[in-house]
Design a protein around this ligand. Structure first.
Ligand SMILES: [Zn+2]
Length: 270
C-alpha cells in the first residue's frame, strides 16, 4: 500500500510493477529513490519523504502533525530513528533515537509519535498533542497510560493536567493559569452565549485563537455578539490571538498575570 505518495520496493512489485517498470519510472522521474527500498511519487508528502531521505522516519511532533493533530506551526522536522540505526547528525533538525526498531511504515504509528513527544519535549507540548488526539478521538482516555509508559513523577503530573481542549492555544493558556494556581475550567457552556474556551474564576472568559490565519468577517460578528451577551451576564471576555499566544507569549503571560493580580476573574458581586 502506498502511503502519502511513498512506496517500498516490495509494494511497487506487489502492485504489479516489474523491475524494468521500476527502472523506467526512476529514469523518467515518475518515482524517486529516497533510501534503499523506499521510493516517492511526485505527490509525496515532502516531510515524510525528507525523513526517509535522512534514513529515519517521520515521528514525534512532525509525526503528530501528519496525523492531523494540532501542533504549533512546525519550526523544524522531527526525525526518529529506530534502535541501532546509523545516521548523519544534521543541524536544524530534531533527530531522536527510539528504543524500538524502525516501523514498516514511513511514519511512526500515532501512539509512538505521542510517546516520543512525551519523552523528548516539554509537558506543555505533550499535553497539546495528547489533548488534540483525544479531541479528534484518535486515542481513547484509557490509552493515555500506554502512551506515557512508566509512571514517573513528571508523567503523573502531566496526566493530572489533561483536560478537554479544541486547540493547543487553549491548552497553553490553561496550563499557564493552572500553574499560577488560578481556577480555570475549559470548554464551559454558558447560556445563552454557548461554549467558551476557558472560564477563569467566575467572571472572566478567555477565548483563544487556535489558528494562525485571520478570522472571517462573519466569525468576527459572532464574536462581538457573544461578547455583548457575556457583558449582559456581568462577564468580561478576553480574546487572545494566535500570535499573542505563540509569538508574543512572554508579554502575554505578563499581561495575564497583571490582570489576575487585579483579581479580574473574581465575582465582584460577592
Ligand atoms: Zn521531537
Amino acid at each position: 500500500m502506498e502511503i502519502s505518495g511513498i512506496a517500498t520496493y516490495a509494494q511497487l512489485r506487489g502492485s504489479g510493477a516489474s523491475r524494468r517498470d521500476i527502472n523506467d519510472a526512476l529514469a523518467t522521474g515518475v518515482i524517486r529513490r529516497l533510501m534503499r527500498g523506499w521510493y516517492e511519487f511526485r505527490d509525496a508528502d515532502p516531510d515524510v519523504a525528507r525523513a526517509l531521505e535522512l534514513k529515519g522516519r517521520l515521528g514525534c511532533l512532525s509525526g503528530c502533525a501528519s496525523y492531523g493533530l494540532w501542533v504549533p506551526a512546525v519550526y523544524a522536522l522531527h526525525v526518529v530513528y529506530g534502535d541501532g540505526a546509523r545516521f548523519p547528525h544534521l543541524p536544524g533538525l530534531f533527530q531522536h533515537v527510539s528504543s524500538a526498531p524502525h516501523p514498516r511504515t514511513p511514519v511512526w504509528p500515532l501512539k509512538d509519535c505521542l510517546a516520543q513527544v512525551a519523552q523528548r519535549h516539554s509537558a506543555e507540548e505533550a499535553l497539546v498533542v495528547l489533548e488534540s488526539a483525544l479531541n479528534l478521538r484518535l486515542i481513547k482516555p484509557d490509552e493515555i497510560h500506554e502512551v506515557l509508559g512508566h509512571p514517573t513523577r513528571s508523567r503523573i503530573r502531566l496526566a493530572k493536567h489533561l483536560d478537554v481542549s479544541e486547540s493547543g492555544s487553549e491548552t497553553r493558556v490553561r496550563l499557564f493559569l493552572r500553574r499560577c494556581r488560578v481556577p480555570v475550567r475549559p470548554q464551559v457552556n454558558i447560556r445563552p452565549i454557548g461554549r467558551v474556551d476557558l472560564l477563569v474564576g467566575e467572571r472572566l472568559i478567555i477565548e483563544c485563537d487556535g489558528a494562525a490565519f485571520h478570522r472571517s468577517a462573519e466569525q468576527h460578528e459572532i464574536d462581538r455578539s457573544r461578547d455583548l451577551a457575556a457583558r449582559d451576564l456581568g462577564l468580561d471576555t478576553l480574546r487572545l490571538s494566535y500570535r499573542q499566544i505563540w509569538d508574543q507569549w512572554p508579554e502575554t503571560q505578563a499581561s495575564l498575570l497583571r490582570q489576575i493580580r487585579r483579581r479580574k476573574h473574581i465575582n465582584r458581586s460577592r
